[in-house]
Ligand binder design. Structure first.
Ligand SMILES: C[S@@+](CC[C@H](N)C(=O)[O-])C[C@H]1O[C@@H](n2cnc3c(N)ncnc32)[C@H](O)[C@@H]1O
Length: 507
């Protein structure tokens, strides 16, 4: 069951019912270094667990000359850090988003007519691409990213600054002037968000919900909702920190890692600052993105890509979740709870996301059923099964399964690569010959075994008709976790941008 229509603010949508019921050319070649000079790009060392490495070495040998360290690719460019002052993109700290600079450079390098991001986050790619007059689509499963993208599009298309300012003032006045909220309005906590706020903040949030329930104008409602959502971390006793939410002592929770956040602003203080930013950004957003019609499909790309036409797009610019156990539902627990996600919906969202956590169960049988065993899924299964380096690595991890910190990392990797094989097979169909995929992703390491995500995914791509032109490597990779460093030594793992070009024939 799905529903589609216009979200206002220039954003069209398809919403799938399982998610609807929340509140509503980069561098100058002379600067590049061919891999081999860099430790990150060197061939795989011996397996620390005594496993075979022939397949991984051979895969590395095939791509070695295309691993290129690119000094222009700083972390700031590939990550949210580059958006800290950018109108619209600065409102919600979505740490996983691209910087606008990366998107702009990639679009400059290829000048596509039709762009797609199947893991769109807050819609950076579709928003920027449509602002440049391109046909632009995104697919995103998390309503947190969707809410932020929708608010940016709303601000860029039609929202009057004076109306927003008045509504924002009214909301803050309502929160500061009222006594206790009606009992039916409260912050809809789930287990992992309980005790996140002081009593006073909890009451203010309940009042904000009460106010929002009575706002009729959909644009104003969307903007005010986003304003509240975007300050939840700031006014809480939590901080998003890598894989976890860290908790301040004042929360009263039993804590392992203690945190002192210092002074915590009230809801009205935080809202006053955020609403000021939103107000200031409305005009620049209109100038930059006004008139664009990005289309955002809300749901899983594992389900939605197959609805897109063959050859309907000539560029994919994307960054999937990394295979690193990062759990978006944990990091964005406060925001999802605000949007009305209960315990069951948390679990369902996590399971529908690309498998990247140890909690994910296999989606293979369900996907086969959904695809009705058609050619796409059997092609994906074949390229997954024939990837020698991946299976060499999985065999090694199975041999030491009893020693793994969590044995479900094997299931995680199986799920991740099978699902990415399916996504890449779909991209091979959707992108027209001559088109490009640019993908940002990190390699990972489990029990000392480096997983060459970049090379495995590039091999999948070459099996479905792309040519991997190059893999740009960030000059500084990622160090390994301290337990792994003690045991297996220090070696940086690659963070990369892959460039694949669609050829006419599958190789
Ligand atoms: C690395 S982030 C991409 C952020 C994006 N580049 C941006 O600028 O905001 C990966 C995104 O993939 C989304 N995601 C995870 N599984 C998905 C799925 N099956 N279908 C669509 N999106 C998914 C996550 O919610 C997350 O927003």
């Amino acid at each position: 069951m799905s529903e589609s229509g216009d979200l206002g603010g220039g954003l069209s949508y398809v919403i799938h019912t399982f998610l609807v019921d929340y509140t509503s050319g980069m561098a100058d070649p002379a600067l590049m270094t061919i891999g081999g000079d860099s430790d990150q790009c060197s061939p795989p060392s011996e397996s620390p667990n005594g496993g075979a490495t022939d397949e991984r070495r051979s895969l590395h040998g095939r791509f070695a000359s295309r691993l290129i360290v690119n000094p222009e690719l700083t972390r700031k460019i590939v990550s949210h850090q580059g958006n800290k002052t950018e109108p619209g993109f600065r409102w919600l700290k979505y740490k996983e988003s691209f910087s606008h600079t990366l998107v702009e450079r990639c679009l400059d390098a290829t000048n596509p007519a039709a762009v797609l991001d199947p893991f769109a986050g807050l819609g950076t790619v579709p928003l920027i691409a449509s602002g440049r007059g391109k046909s632009a689509r995104g697919i995103e499963i998390s309503p947190v990213g969707v809410e932020a993208g929708q608010a940016i599009a709303t601000a860029a298309n039609g929202l009057a600054r004076a109306d927003f300012d008045e509504a924002a003032r009214d909301l803050q006045k309502f929160i500061s002037s009222k006594e206790d909220p009606q009992p039916e309005f409260e912050f809809p906590h789930v287990r992992i968000t309980e005790k996140a706020f002081s009593e006073r903040t909890e009451r203010s949030l309940a009042l904000a919900r009460q106010y929002l329930a009575n706002v009729d104008d959909p644009s104003l409602k969307s903007m005010l909702n986003l304003a509240c959502l975007s300050v939840l971390e700031q006014i809480s006793y939590t901080r998003k920190d890598g894989q976890y939410l860290r908790w301040d002592n004042r929360s009263g929770r039993t804590l392992r890692a203690r945190l002192n956040k210092g002074p915590i602003p009230s809801l009205t203080e935080a809202l006053s600052e955020r609403c000021g930013e939103i107000s200031d950004d409305i005009l620049p957003l209109k100038q930059k993105f006004g008139g664009g019609r990005p289309s955002l499909l809300v749901g899983s790309c594992l389900e939605l890509l197959r609805r897109l036409d063959d050859g309907s797009c000539d560029m994919v610019l994307t960054s999937p979740p990394y295979a690193n156990r990062y759990d978006y539902t944990r990091t964005y627990a406060l925001e999802l709870a605000w949007l009305g996600f209960d315990q069951t919906k948390f679990a369902s969202l996590r399971q529908r996301m690309l498998s990247a956590t140890v909690e994910n169960h296999s989606k293979r049988a369900e996907l086969w059923k959904r695809y009705n065993g058609d050619l796409t899924i059997s092609a994906a299964q074949t390229i997954y099964e024939q990837q020698g380096a991946l299976h060499e690595l999985l065999d090694t991890l199975r041999d030491v399964e009893g020693q793994l910190g969590n044995r479900h990392v094997i299931r995680l990797l199986e799920g991740y690569f099978f699902e990415m094989a399916l996504v890449i097979t779909e991209l091979g169909r959707i992108i027209r010959p001559g088109g490009t995929v640019v993908m940002v992703n990190d390699n990972v390491r489990y029990h000392g075994e480096e997983v060459p995500v970049d090379l495995i995914l590039s091999d999948f791509a070459e099996s479905v008709g792309f040519r991997c032109e190059r893999i740009d490597v960030l000059p500084r990779g990622k160090g390994n976790a301290s337990q792994q460093m003690g045991r297996f030594g220090r070696k940086e793992i690659r963070k990369c941008v892959y460039w694949w070009k669609r050829t006419n024939v599958a190789s």
